[in-house]
Design a binder for this molecule. Sequence first.
Ligand code: FES
Ligand code: FES
Length: 153
Amino acid sequence: MARLNVNGVVREVDAEPDTPLLWVIREQIGLTGTKYGCGIAQCGACTVHIDGAAVRACSLPLSAVEPGQKIVTIEGLAPGADHPVQQAWAELDVPQCGFCQPGMIMASAALLAQNPRPSEAEIRQEITNICRCGTYNRVLAGIKRAAERGQSG
Ligand code: FES
Ligand code: FES
């Protein structure tokens, strides 16, 4: 058994210590917004925040989560799904199929929390998530829009 703080709620989970956090989140806790893409830390579909940092949950064993760490998934990013990144995404119709987008949004939100006005080069360097639909240009525009929103509000 392990205790995890996910989206502000402490949950008891029963999984082997080497179980990837992604599967604990999806199958035990039932939060399916966090997606499985590659399973080898390459695509970013499984991105969650741990103490504010973007982490690829497919490649993090449950045992690596330390007691007291705060995990946030796409479902818990903002009440009403109104984080500046989510607002910018809606305004610019960033998603296409949508599968990669929870990870894109979580990675983008973590970047802006650390660096509220990233340059385009910094965005390209930091956001390495893969999108099969090729939404990269809209993701870039969305992050810039969210940065503007964050400054104004
Ligand atoms: S599923 Fe985790 S990085 Fe691809
Ligand atoms: S929107 Fe389809 S994979 Fe990114």
